[in-house]
Design a protein around this ligand. Structure first.
Ligand code: ADP
Ligand code: ZN
Ligand code: ZN
Length: 656
């Protein structure tokens, strides 16, 4: 008697394997099936057909959910590659790549067909010679994989290049995938694409409701969506006619997911474009060192936009030496500059990378500081709620009225965050509108968009914000940017800190003077002689980046080597550390001398939300050796007994 056919199914569980089921229906690969797993019913994806299984007593599939595969072969190949590269369980990778409704087994049907009836307007300018060269070069290679770094100074017309290439590709029935670093940037980018491109521009990001997410996914999949624009997870959008992948602001850290499946959408974009055999554009004014290394290695071709089109010129950057200023947040020269610009009807922006009212609540007598009971971190004072808050675990408490240590009433706040700055500004500039943009003022769904709308109305105002402001926004009335409190970035031990600071300073400066005004930027610092400022003042990111690249080469740090991090955490400190010591033993027993192993070392913040964090680092100049070691580790890791409640994860190419 012939036994019923067997199918291999990927199931959303944190296990590095797939599962076999019996299925007497004819199901295609990539179809969703409902199966029982343990005592639960789960939705899985069919991976292959099998003749026989290593297991007996196979269960039968409960229900076949799709007539047509939900995941086509090209997307499955891409997801397999990704799971393999990040050593992440295939079931979790597949399901994290599809919207929740589909993950739960709901029908793959578009619920609300959207009307796309916006007016298209043509650009009222010609592209520059530099833009033309970029457009022509990229279009000339449209039928094969080739990677480009579009390195254009802020405001140089990179988006215009994306638009023109997209226009040309849509005429040939292609689809274009555009990744942006942050949800806040999608409305602006979508508006620009909708305004110019005749086609269906579909957004994919976390603030959509579940129906919208599913519909967007299905419209990408059936080819109806011509442009798919989204944050990092959009890299997994199915697009049968994919003709181009664009990653805008490629240097931005938010392309890396920092939980569960820790992928970098920027890094994965190479394989996505390669598998689809289409060009890839990484656009930025401040390329990551990884990307510059890829240019050196000829994996990317660098195309340059060296100037802003038309009359606009790059802003002038000056330094304010805070050693000779009072200890207030805003120095006198800064206030004067602000006054001058506000009086001429311009907008002014202040950038400070800290939200809340004040970062330190302390005792002037005994030096006691308010610290989180659950984390190794100081509590931040938030005035409007009169609470001390931990920005790591979210814990909140009322501020004490007398010092818990010496019992005196000598408690004070120290330092500035966006909230306190906003209050100060109201006293320095009475009657001037102050718009604050940080995570606290943009929590409501449409809040960010509303703030942006007010700014774009053009009234003279002061904008205060955190790094949310640094990303790609185009404020045409903004003439002056003041940057506060950059010194932490200069003193940090993280080897990427100066790279990130240089990117931030150039990006923030780039917000100034985007239309007819000549922009001005002032940076307050106690280290005006740090080399970084010389390059920022010359707007010469490339030169600074090459000096950083030389350093990285000498020290053999990424991108001249490859890293992986194994992070373990537990409520019991010893258990977390012991586990990693045993992993380190296992790794050292694997004979791969080109891989260095260091640690375990305590995390930068050792205790977070009552858990102790330890890291073990692997580094090698040879990517292959590193991955081989990780594969061998996974083969044997089960032999390490996990005591108590140790949780652990692997982060390939970590950036933190
Ligand atoms: P980026 O993406 O590099 O920051 P954008 O594409 O947003 O730059 O361009 C900045 C501004 O310059 C936009 O308002 C855009 O419409 C305008 N622009 C782009 N290219 C040209 C051009 N060739 N001539 C005139 N204006 C242009
Ligand atoms: Zn905390
Ligand atoms: Zn005290």
């Amino acid at each position: 008697m012939q036994s019923p056919p067997i199918i291999e199914v990927a199931i959303p569980v944190p296990l590095h394997k797939s599962f076999d089921y019996l299925c007497d229906k004819n199901v295609a690969i990539g179809v969703r099936v409902k199966v029982s797993f343990g005592r639960k019913k789960v939705v899985g994806i069919v991976l292959s057909h099998k003749e026989k299984s290593d297991f007996s007593n196979l269960k039968s599939v409960e229900e076949v959910l799709d007539d047509e595969p939900l995941l086509s072969k090209d997307i499955l190949d891409f997801l397999f590659w990704s799971a393999n590269y990040y050593h992440h369980p295939i079931g979790e990778v597949l399901t994290s790549a599809i919207p929740k409704n589909l993950r739960l087994g709901k029908p793959a049907e578009i619920k609300k067909a959207r009307a796309f009836d916006h007016q298209i307007s043509a650009a009222d300018f010609d592209t520059t010679a530099e833009q033309n060269k970029c457009i022509e070069t990229i279009l000339a290679s449209k039928d094969s994989f080739s990677g480009y770094l579009l390195h254009g100074v802020t405001g140089s017309g990179k988006t215009e290049v994306y638009l023109r290439i997209t226009e040309a590709l849509l005429k040939q029935g292609k689809q274009v995938l555009v990744l942006v670093p942050e949800i806040g940037l999608t409305p602006q980018m979508i508006a620009r694409f909708e305004d110019r491109i005749g086609g269906k521009v579909v957004a994919i990001h976390s603030q959509l409701n579940e129906t919208q997410k599913t519909d967007a996914y299905l419209m990408a999949k059936n080819g109806e969506a011509t442009v798919v624009l989204g944050t990092r997870s959009a890299i997994f959008a199915p697009m049968p006619n994919l003709g181009l992948v664009i990653v805008d602001e490629e240097h931005d850290g938010s392309f890396k997911q920092q939980s569960s499946f820790r992928y970098s959408a920027r890094d994965l974009s190479f394989m996505r474009a390669k598998l689809a055999n289409v060009p890839l554009i990484l656009g930025t004014a401040t390329p990551s060192l990884e990307t510059l290394k890829n240019v050196m290695d000829k994996k990317l071709t660098r195309l340059v936009l060296s100037t802003r089109p038309g009359e606009t010129v790059m802003p002038e950057v000056s330094l304010i030496d805070m050693r000779s200023q009072n200890s207030e947040a805003l120095s006198l020269p800064l206030i004067n500059k602000m006054k001058q610009h506000l009086n001429s009807g311009n907008q002014v922006m202040l950038f400070i990378n800290r939200r809340g009212y004040a970062p330190v609540f302390y005792c002037t007598e005994c030096d006691w500081k308010a610290e989180c009971n659950h984390c190794d971190a100081q509590l931040i004072y938030h005035r409007h709620i009169n609470r001390l808050k931990c920005h790591h675990c979210g814990a909140e408490q009322m501020p004490e009225s007398s010092c818990p240590s010496c019992k005196q009433s000598t408690l004070k706040i120290l330092g500035y965050g966006t909230e306190r700055l906003e209050e100060n500004l109201e006293s320095y500039f009475p009657g001037t509108t102050v718009i604050r943009i940080d995570r606290d003022t943009t929590r409501r769904k449409k809040a960010f968009a509303q703030h942006l709308e007010r700014i774009n109305s053009g009234e003279a105002c002061i904008i205060v914000g955190t790094q949310m402001l640094a990303k790609g926004h185009d404020f045409s009335q903004l003439a002056f940017v003041g940057i506060l409190d950059v010194d932490v970035g200069l003193l940090s031990l993280d080897f990427r800190a100066t790279e990130n600071l240089a990117q931030l300073l150039i990006q923030v400066s780039g917000r100034a003077g985007r239309s007819e005004h000549k922009g001005e930027v002032a940076i307050q610092t106690r280290y005006p002689n740090h080399p970084i400022f010389e390059y920022v003042q010359q707007a010469n990111y490339t030169k600074y980046a090459s000096s950083l690249l030389k350093e990285r080469q000498q020290t053999q740090l990424p991108p001249f080597s490859h890293q992986a991090m194994i992070c373990a955490n537990a409520k019991n400190k010893t258990q977390a550390e012991t586990f990693l010591n045993e992993v380190a033993l296992l790794l050292r027993s694997i004979d791969l001398p080109s891989v260095e192993i260091w640690g375990p070392v305590p995390g930068v913040i050792e205790k977070k939300a009552d858990y102790y964090y330890f890291n073990l680092y692997l580094q090698s100049a040879e990517r292959q050796a590193l991955h081989q070691m990780l594969n061998t580790m996974y083969e044997h890791i089960d032999s390490i007994k996990i005591s108590g409640s140790v949780r652990w994860f692997l982060d390939v190419d970590p950036i933190e």
